[in-house]
Design a protein around this ligand. Structure first.
Ligand code: HDD
Length: 688
């Protein structure tokens, strides 16, 4: 049987950013080794010594350079979002947005802009795990012809706090506790929940964080949000408030919490591997980009403050206008050079996109440049290839660590006559960035507007919008997280806070974590927003992964036909057996086993296809298959049973029902199974 994945590497058209990067790429294959000064090296195994058993000599410049360079290989990791993974791609505009913004890359339908997108986990350090319960960063750098535009968002549309001055407190509370540096990459500990209970503006975001949104299946299947309210400004100077949305082509899908924890051990690179492999196989990640827009005159028309980053604009009230698509189609050449050194900044805007007075955004406008200065060692990080704009830059900024360019001439000041007063500034008509002329009035004050003080209405809206299984997952997540909190007082405070979202939920949590039932009252909001639930998302089989559990003596014709149907539907297949290598069907068909029960695990598949067969250690083989079925069943996954696989199913804890598809006497097995795979989860199972 043809065992290829059916996916050869796809050739992607070179864009302006690729062309720029090309001049920095170096291929060392087949070359002679030199020092960094380009002197050819004759010896790279033995340091220079005084005598065959003598001490090493300082004059061995190659040894010194090699060790010194190694000693300095590390740079500080990001203070948040340290663990991330990125890819190149392009953004294509579906329709001109000229009516709303003068941004050059949003004018011409069909125009393409190179992008670089980095997904990340917020809390864990760079070497932590992918599948932690956490917010995912979603940062996109658009290399436009008018300079770099960065949309530095998350996969959750709201944030924990309303004012940036609280960001260090939030992060200190959520990151590992300082006295023992535990737990890594987890919010399930005392200081985070103490922060939550004592900073109740976090209520709405915490509901999202306890939901399945915080354990996305992979980066390709999650939404992205700019979170803040920004401004679009058109050529006439007319502005709209906007919120950005990325919508994944494959829908929004999540892991099950038990599965996420097990994957953390089985494959800590689960989500980055998914992105890397998908792109290598030509299954490019696609996201549509849209905006919600509110006219300036309607700023005060809503029952929330549009400058408050703990609030959404329900999509049913303010619809999302989709205007383009991002396709991530090329993996990086070097993770350090590109993914680690890329520097995003919400303050990197282009003409036509501007800020608002959202106090969280205002603080971010300071933080990002500041952090790059220490992380990337000085002000010249914009010259690192991944950070360079594709259009030239000219100004009077000079010098600093590791300056690359050589600015010629005697003049580095403005105004001047010696260089004819150049570089010169540009008028708005010439493309010069002119800050939006918002009228601002008021006394200097350190306070929060009253319009920011409702913390529970939208938390309740979110809860109301969830289906029953989603509500159960949220409740279970609270029980897990709050149950890990040692301080009984903090556990009680959390329950007393979330009663304002839902009394039954808070009571269930209270009972499970050993504190008094809350006495407060829940919010009276009855509205819901269907767009918030994952239940109605897109469900397609493409790029999902099936494990075929198989031994010798299988029914060749049956397996071949089913595997072909998988491939025809874009499903990725791993053949899992007792050991790697060839096995043979009863009709002589040979199949290459590419994963064994030792190298892979049920949690790494979206579905399993149970074929069975004979093996050297039959008892072990049989029990491995049964354990795969048990895991897949308890994670609500579709399971297909070949005619030869029924005995394994009978020996498992699984019971027949939705998402369990049998081949025996079922001529439509392949089609029904593929449909079940697309469905992904069958929540109505009795799991113990
Ligand atoms: Fe932030 C990184 C997203 C609030 C300060 N942030 C960072 C990254 C993302 C976000 C995606 C990683 C970028 C990358 O991949 O390199 N941050 C957000 C969102 C926020 C937010 C969506 C709220 C809506 N952040 C926020 C605040 C502050 C910061 C309020 C500080 C006042 N964020 C930073 C930072 C980081 C960062 C310290 C760390 C590394 C970096 O910037 O380059 O400056």
């Amino acid at each position: 049987m043809d065992n290829s994945t059916g996916n050869e590497k796809h050739i992607v058209e070179e864009n302006s950013k690729d062309q720029q990067l090309a001049q920095f790429r170096v291929n060392n294959y087949g070359t002679k080794m030199t020092t960094n000064q380009s002197v050819k090296v004759s010896e790279d195994e033995q340091s220079l010594k005084a005598g065959i058993r003598g001490p090493t000599l300082l004059e061995d410049f190659h040894f010194r350079e090699k060790i010194t360079h190694f000693d300095h290989e590390r740079i500080p990791e990001r203070v948040v979002h340290a663990r991330g993974y990125a890819a190149h791609g392009e953004f294509e505009l579906y329709e001109s947005m000229k009516e709303f913004t003068k941004a050059g890359f949003l004018q011409q339908a069909g125009s393409k802009t190179p992008v670089f997108t980095r997904f990340s986990n917020v809390v864990g350090s760079r070497g932590s795990v992918d599948t932690a319960r956490d917010v995912r960063g979603f940062a996109v750098k658009f290399y436009t012809e008018e300079g770099n535009y960065d949309l530095v968002g998350n996969n959750i549309p709201v944030f924990f706090i309303q004012d940036a001055i609280k960001f260090p407190d939030l992060i200190h509370a959520i990151q590992p506790e300082p006295h023992n540096e535990m737990p890594q990459a987890a919010s399930a500990h005392d200081t985070f929940w103490d922060f939550v209970a004592n900073n109740q503006e976090s209520a709405h975001m915490v509901m999202w964080q306890m939901s399945d949104r915080a354990i996305p299946k992979n980066f390709r299947m999650m939404e992205g949000f700019g979170v803040h309210t920004f401004r679009f400004v058109n050529a006439e100077g007319k502005a709209h408030f906007v919120k950005f949305h990325w919508k994944p082509a494959l829908g929004i899908h999540s892991l099950v919490w038990d599965e996420a924890q097990k994957i953390a051990g089985k494959d800590s690179d689960y989500q980055r591997r998914d992105l890397w492999e998908s792109i290598e196989h030509g299954n490019f990640a696609e996201f549509e980009l849209g905006v919600q827009m509110i006219e300036e005159k309607d700023e005060f028309m809503f029952d929330f403050d549009i400058l408050d980053a703990t609030k959404i604009w329900p999509e049913e009230v303010v619809p999302v206008k989709i205007f383009g698509k991002m396709t991530l189609n090329r993996n990086v050449d070097n993770v350090f050079a590109e993914t680690e050194q890329v520097a995003f900044h919400p303050g990197n805007v282009v003409s036509g996109i501007d800020f608002t007075n959202d106090p969280l955004l205002q603080g971010r406008l300071f933080s990002y440049l500041d952090t790059q200065l220490i992380r990337l060692g000085g002000p010249n990080f914009t010259e690192i290839p991944i950070n360079r704009a594709v259009c030239p830059f000219h100004n009077n900024q000079r010098n600093g660590f590791s300056r690359q360019r050589i600015d010629v001439g005697q003049v580095s000041y403005h105004k001047n006559s010696l260089a004819n007063n150049t570089p010169s500034t540009s008028t708005a008509a010439e493309g010069g960035f002119v800050h939006y002329a918002e009228k601002v009035e008021g006394r200097i004050i350190q306070a929060r507007s009253d319009s920011f003080k409702d913390h529970f209405s939208q938390a309740r809206l979110f809860w109301n919008s969830m289906t029953l299984p989603e509500k159960q997952h949220i409740t279970e997540a609270f029980i897990f997280e709050v149950g890990k909190v040692q301080s009984k007082s903090v556990r009680q405070q959390v329950v007393d806070m979330f009663v304002h979202v839902d009394k039954a939920m808070a009571t269930t949590i209270a009972d499970a974590v050993g504190v008094d039932r809350p006495t407060g009252e829940q919010s009276t909001v009855t509205a819901s927003s269907p767009a918030l639930s994952q239940a109605n998302t897109i469900r397609v089989p493409q790029t999902l992964k099936v494990g075929v559990l198989i031994g010798n003596g299988f029914n060749g014709a049956e397996v071949k036909a089913t595997v072909k149907t998988f491939r025809d539907n874009g499903i990725t297949v791993d053949i899992v057996g007792e050991r790697l290598g060839w096995i043979q069907g009863s009709d002589g068909l040979r199949v290459m086993v590419n994963e064994s029960f030792v190298t892979t695990d049920s949690v790494l598949f979206d579905s399993i296809y149970v074929v069975g067969g004979t093996a050297v250690n039959q008892a072990k083989f049989d029990s491995d298959i049964v354990s795969f079925i048990n895991q897949a069943f308890m994670h609500y996954k579709p399971i297909g049973i070949a005619t030869t696989g029924e005995s394994f199913f009978k020996a498992s804890n699984a019971t027949a029902g939705p998402g369990i598809v049998f081949a025996e006497g079922n001529p439509s097995f392949d089609q029904i199974f593929v449909k079940a795979i697309a469905q992904q989860r069958f929540w109505n199972r009795e799991i113990y």
